[in-house]
Design a protein around this ligand. Structure first.
Ligand code: FAD
Length: 560
């Protein structure tokens, strides 16, 4: 497949007209910004930023004009910038490669700032910082909603690998075009001609010139430069493992208080909260907020204060024999730090159902986002679990599915779910709760076609032609990678502070005369926060609270 074919797939991009995407700065604001940059003369048709280039500069137009054009090489203008207006989108903050071309429309003059100067401005000038952050984020949202970017994903929605890659791009906020092989027959012919087999799907065309066949998330991140600008080799003040609400809170508070913070995330920032359709019990959001929006804001906040985040970097080992400790990641690299905060959360338990693995991503899902909802529109679905996440999934899926069956092993929801969700489930005729019920078998060939469930006291199983099951039961902590470096409880959660017994500390060789602080593990300077910590209340607010206060203990440690 040639690069030219990639651009055929991208939709024609039109002019962005929303005025919030190109605010005009006042004379006072221009003066403050000018003081941080350098004047530069520009000539018509001069290219200031090419797609894929790193360390993208920022331009404020003083006279003349700029135009922003898509990466495809098309002459379409996405955005016209006139005097008083500025270039840039979220990659100014993340340091990722440019997604579009910036070209001079009319000769004149600009003020140019490099990325560090923009980050400095955002941190110190509250008014300009707010305008820039808001505009950058709105521009990225616009690029995502129009699929304007440098990635084309070709695959089938019935393929687990496609779903994974699509979810990875979506959760990382990377704009992309998706070509569905089940709908676009031309695309299938094209793949056949280039000997792309079913095993190679999905195919990712990356930045117009690299074709990846069934890539891992780490390969996608590498190709699109999602970790650009992160220098992993020097010893940090703090390494945070996991970028859910707890890890992001630690990053925000750590970086805002001057610590050199690196966050390692195995997948995409946001954690479990990032898969929630609507969080309604987090303080300050009376009408609720979607998980991706809440955690997307937290990520921007952490980056704004200078924290760095390495995505698709799974921690596989904590080298804890001597200080500074090091975290080893899947690709074998090591990052060292004076303090470590573990915020790796939990995952849903994989139920002991024969052939479960065969249907994962092909009828069995572990999150209920808009992407999965689209797949099962107008079909009957099953949600397994009685916690808040299962309740949210049922309420979220009910309007678009034919019917939602909630299966719980217990006799009801009262002990496990918030009252507001129980009421919504009870009031919704599209949801049926089946108590004392468990799935006994999954059947199908390449996709789930049938489900059997058994109810305590009933004779025989019930068989239903249901093609979609959302597994949202149980919580298994992500602690397998710690390999006895820190004491765990009998369910595998990390013990901290007062929960550590004298025997735990003796077994771990606790070397200090002081006791471990509230969130400290059996290893001095290693802290655990959020869902992964034994005794934690599994809520966004407690994850955020623990992540934030862990920084006070990190400061105490670093200053001792
Ligand atoms: C669908 C759903 C809806 C929910 N709704 C609500 C709600 O409405 N209100 C509420 O208060 N709570 C809700 N919760 C619970 C809430 O989301 C969690 O309590 C919260 O996300 C826990 O945050 P955390 O940072 O501790 O862990 P997580 O959110 O689980 O984040 C952990 C992160 O660590 C990463 N990670 C794991 N292992 C590694 C490794 N080895 N290396 C690097 N990274 C790793 C994971 O990929 C993940 O991003 C919901 C949960 C779900 C699943």
């Amino acid at each position: 497949m040639s690069p030219e074919n990639a651009s055929v797939a991208a939709p024609p991009a039109g002019l962005m007209l929303n005025p919030r995407l190109f605010p005009t700065l006042s004379a006072a604001q221009i003066a403050r910004l000018t003081a941080r940059g350098r004047r530069r003369t520009i000539s018509a048709r001069e290219i200031l930023v090419t797609p894929g280039s790193r360390n993208v500069p920022f331009f404020l137009v003083i006279s003349g004009g700029l135009q922003i054009m898509p990466a495809t090489g098309s002459e379409t203008t996405l955005l016209n910038l006139d005097p008083g207006q500025f270039s840039g989108e979220t990659n100014m903050i993340t340091g990722r490669p440019a997604l579009a071309r910036t070209q001079v429309r009319e000769s004149g003059e600009v003020i140019e700032l490099d990325r560090d100067a923009v980050l400095g401005l955002i941190q110190t000038d509250a008014e300009l910082g707010e305008i820039l952050m808001r505009t950058f984020i709105l521009r990225r949202v616009e690029l995502i909603s129009r699929g304007i970017g440098d990635a084309v994903l070709i695959g089938s929605t019935h393929c687990a690998g496609t779903l994974r890659a699509k979810e990875f791009l979506t959760r990382n906020g990377h704009p992309h075009t998706f070509i569905d092989l089940d709908r676009e027959t031309d695309a299938q012919e094209l793949l056949d001609r280039f000997h792309v087999t079913a095993a190679d799907v999905p195919v990712l065309i990356c930045r117009g010139d690299v074709v990846l066949r069934n890539p891992t998330n780490a390969q996608i991140a590498e190709c699109l430069g999602l970790n650009a600008g992160v220098e992993p080799t020097h010893v940090r003040d703090l390494v945070v493992v996991g970028a859910g609400p707890a890890g992001l809170a630690a990053a925000v508070y750590g970086a805002s208080e001057g610590l050199d913070v690196l966050v390692l995330e195995s997948d995409a920032p946001g954690g479990q909260a990032g898969t929630s359709s609507r969080i309604e019990n987090y303080l300050g959001f009376p009408t609720g907020i979607s998980g991706p929006e809440l955690t997307g804001r937290a990520q921007a906040q952490a980056l704004k204060f200078g924290a760095q985040i390495l995505i698709a970097h799974r921690a596989t080992q904590l080298a804890c024999a001597r200080q500074p400790y090091a975290v080893v990641t899947e690709d074998g690299s090591r990052v060292s730090a004076r303090a470590i905060v573990i915020a790796t959360g939990v995952q849903y338990r994989r139920l002991a159902i024969p052939n479960l693995a065969q249907f994962e991503g092909a009828g069995v899902y572990y999150s209920a986002t808009a992407m999965e909802a689209q797949l099962c529109a107008a079909d009957e679905v099953i949600v397994v679990g009685g916690g808040n996440s299962a309740g949210q999934a049922a309420v979220f899926l009910a309007p678009t599915s034919r019917h939602v069956h909630m299966l719980v092993r217990s006799g009801g929801l009262a002990d496990t779910m918030s009252r507001y969700l129980i009421r919504r489930i009870e009031d919704n005729p599209a949801i049926t709760l089946h108590t004392h019920t468990e799935i006994t078998a999954l059947e199908g060939t390449s996709h789930l076609e049938r489900v059997r469930w058994g109810q305590a006291g009933a004779s025989g199983d019930e068989v239903r032609d249901i093609r979609h099951v959302f597994m949202m039961a149980g919580a298994v902590p992500h602690t397998g990678w710690l390999d006895r470096c820190v004491a765990l409880d009998d369910k595998g959660f990390i013990k901290t502070g007062p929960d550590l017994s004298p025997e735990d500390l003796a077994a771990a060789g606790w070397p200090l005369s002081r006791a471990p602080s509230l969130l400290e593990t059996s290893r001095p300077g290693v802290f655990a926060v959020g869902d992964v910590r034994g005794g934690n209340i599994k809520r966004v607010a407690s994850a955020v609270g623990e992540g934030s206060i862990s920084i006070a203990f990190v400061h105490q440690l670093l200053s001792s």
